[in-house]
Design a protein. Sequence first.
Length: 166
Amino acid sequence: MDNNKFQELVLQQLQALIEGQKETRNDLTKLETRIEAVETSIKSVETRIEAVETRIEAVETGMRSMETRIEAVEAGMKSVETRIEAVETGMKSMETRIEAVEKNQLRLESRIENQVIEKIRGLYDDREIQNVRFERIESKLDNVEINTGYLVAKVARLETLAKAAE
């Protein structure tokens, strides 16, 4: 092969290499552009991940706050349960005391009733005695009236006799 042909062949190959190099640069530029787009997307994803992490932290803080509030509510519920148990105990005690008072009231009512009945019987008996006495007094009073009537008639006859003797 002669020198011209060799140079032409070398020039063709150099041009092919230059064109290949241009294509490689274009491909490299495209790759760099795509890499920049990927990096931008990654940054966007990282920003979103950071936002999600921030929101997760806020949710975790809220959850801790809710747990604290729930614990406080549970403690309050235990306090209320304790107070209700105390009230129930007091109610049972009061029921027992009321039952005792009711029993004592029944006994007292029976006792009073018995005493009142006895006193009423006594009053009726006394009334009967008084009635008998009044009847005796009335009969004596009737006798006194009869005797007074007799004496008045006798005094009147004696007065008439005494006037006549004068």
